[in-house]
Design a protein around this ligand. Structure first.
Ligand SMILES: [Zn+2]
Length: 273
């Protein structure tokens, strides 16, 4: 198995809104081309700790990235590191904290915004720092990197849903509409990525609560969506998933040697053996 994979992280999208606001993604589910799952994120339900969890499989209490103020390169082995060490290509269009975790900290807006370095864990990168950097621009950035660099692993990380959630809270028209806009914008790219044969995960790092924040154990903070797209995935809804298993699952799909936990139930039966 040597698939190419795309991980889309819609920052701050909770399960409650994810299961009703994302019309295009759920259209794919109804057509049998995607499957919707849900899972509880690790704690604390905060961005930087959970970028690290998604990309290394390590819980925040184990990675040491326990809040957003831990500004240093990851000490874990990320999917970027694994892929590059085994001769695969990587790219990311993401918030600058991802650059700090896997390229260099602290982020320098001039030197680090655009990256192209085949020796780095993220070989091709485009990083932004404003939380309202438009999602449709970000998806376009990601597609540009994909066309230029043909990555085997591409991270696509948008911020607008989280940004609006912090201003208006999860129980607001603005938050729900930010999710709808991300879904509409993604519809311009997902068909192409599927046609190109990518195996795709669309998920969130954490959710959002009505207090305009997230970090704790409320369902709306912790429960996040997960869509799987591509023939390597099962078309059955899987429960009991752990966020720590997503990194290893993608590594397995890519055919990488690794010792991370894998959610075998997410893989199509003929792929899981
Ligand atoms: Zn946030």
């Amino acid at each position: 198995m040597s698939e190419r994979v795309i991980l889309v992280v819609l920052d701050g999208l909770n399960h409650d809104v994810g299961q009703h606001a994302m019309g295009y993604l759920h259209a794919l589910c109804e057509a049998g081309r995607a499957t919707y799952h849900a899972l509880d994120c690790e704690l604390p339900a905060m961005s930087r700790p959970l970028y690290e969890c998604l990309l290394t499989g390590d819980r925040p209490v184990d990675s040491g990235v326990v809040n957003n103020d831990v500004v240093r390169r990851s000490t874990g082995t990320s999917l970027f590191d694994l892929a590059v060490a085994q001769g695969r290509r990587t790219a990311a269009a993401a918030y600058h904290w991802v650059s700090e975790l896997y390229v260099e900290a602290p982020f320098d807006r001039t030197r680090h915004r655009f990256r192209h370095d085949t020796d780095a864990a993220i070989q091709a990168g485009l990083f932004y720092w404003r939380d309202h950097y438009p999602d449709d621009h970000l998806f376009s950035d990601a597609e540009m990197l994909r066309q230029l660099h043909a990555p085997d692993f591409l991270l696509v990380h948008s911020m607008n849903i989280d940004d609006v959630g912090h201003r208006d809270g999860a129980d607001s028209p603005a938050y729900r509409n930010a999710a709808r806009r991300a879904d509409i914008a993604l519809a311009d790219y997902l068909p192409l990525w599927m046609a190109e044969g990518y195996q795709i995960l669309v998920t969130a790092d954490h959710g959002m609560n009505a207090d305009r924040s997230h970090s704790g154990t409320l369902a709306e903070e912790r429960r996040v969506p997960l869509w799987t797209l591509g023939g390597a995935f099962t078309n059955q809804r899987v429960t009991g998933l752990s966020q720590t298993e997503l990194c290893g699952t993608l590594a397995t799909l890519m055919g990488l040697s690794h010792d991370k936990a894998v959610a075998s139930a997410l893989l199509a039966p003929e792929r899981a053996s």
